[in-house]
Write a protein of this length. Structure first.
Length: 308
């Protein structure tokens, strides 16, 4: 089997895992609370990545070693962990008042929020992004705005989640070049777990039984979405260019929609399907367009979305 084809399959598998992660998030008992869910998933995700780091260091120590001290990882990891915690808590709150399919496509809007923020901060943006944003906005309107021109509460939180995720991506874009990506991800997972853990004990009332009731989706989020899929992404992107990789991984929104239909029987309306289609088209066009901006869609492909 061709090496590039294998890499494509790995990235497709990662996209499927991340897409179905929306289902896992939606079936977590609400009694556990948003902070409790994310404390458990990030603590587990960080632990899963520790052996990945050890294996990478053993196989190729020189390639993964960067002249950066542990204190730097703590500093950057704490900032990224705070942003990541905000992203996932907003998502966990919002997904209980919207469908999994809509949540996946609304979340995908971060692809356009990233370059918009970049333009606001004085960075250039590829011209193709502007029409793509217009099309994506029309899709979002069809998906989420009802006849009274109001968003559901869940969709509001998912939109805030997309904005927070864009901020998270830009933070990582600022620091990722100087740090090992897997180590940084592991560090931000642990910091996000600490932040969510503290807030869990302050605002929620977690019990061992509630944690056990949510064990299956939490294991999926922590092990598969946090560890396995991330490893697939690392391996897959070694043999494929960033534009191809990002295009494949953007299919997670499609898998979220398919998963919602197959497993949760959340059948979208014709209007919602049309909106999802417009968002998907805009994402695909933006992903395959030439990369001319310093901040844009290519950056997104190397970071991952909040459902992961």
């Amino acid at each position: 089997m061709n090496k590039r084809f294998k890499s494509g399959l790995l990235l497709l598998a990662a996209a499927m895992i991340w897409g179905f992660a929306f289902i896992a998030i939606s079936v977590v008992p609400e009694e556990l609370g948003a902070f409790g869910v994310n404390f458990a998933r990030f603590a587990l995700g960080g632990l899963v990545l520790l052996p990945v780091i050890a294996v990478r260091e053993k196989i190729s120590p020189d390639a993964q070693r960067k002249n950066v001290g542990f204190v730097r990882y703590i500093a950057v990891g704490s900032i990224c962990g705070l942003a990541l915690a905000a992203v996932t808590v907003l998502q966990q709150i919002g997904i209980h008042d919207t469908t999994v399919g809509k949540a996946g496509f609304i979340t995908t809007l971060y692809i356009f929020i990233v370059p918009i923020i970049g333009v606001i901060t004085g960075k250039k943006c590829s011209p193709i992004i502007i029409p793509c944003v217009i099309v994506a906005t029309a899709g979002f309107y069809l998906m989420s705005i009802n006849e009274g021109f109001k968003l559901s509460e869940g969709d509001k939180f998912m939109l805030m989640c997309a904005v927070a995720n864009a901020v998270h991506i830009l933070i990582i874009d600022r620091f990722a070049g100087e740090l090992d990506s897997v180590k940084l991800t592991c560090m931000q997972f642990f910091f996000a777990a600490v932040i969510c853990g503290v807030l869990m004990f302050v605002f929620e009332k977690p019990t061992v039984q509630i944690m056990l009731d949510a064990a299956v989706p939490i294991i999926y989020l922590g092990v598969l979405s946090g560890g396995v899929a991330f490893t697939f992404q690392i391996i897959g992107q070694r043999s494929l260019p960033a534009d191809v990789s990002s295009l494949i991984m953007s299919l997670e929104s499609v898998f979220a929609l398919v998963g919602g239909v197959l497993f949760l029987k959340q059948i979208p309306t014709a209007r919602e399907l049309c909106g999802c289609g417009l968002v998907l088209i805009s994402v695909v066009v933006a992903q395959i367009a030439p990369r001319k901006a310093n901040v844009g869609v290519q950056t997104v492909s190397n970071v991952g979305t909040e459902s992961r």
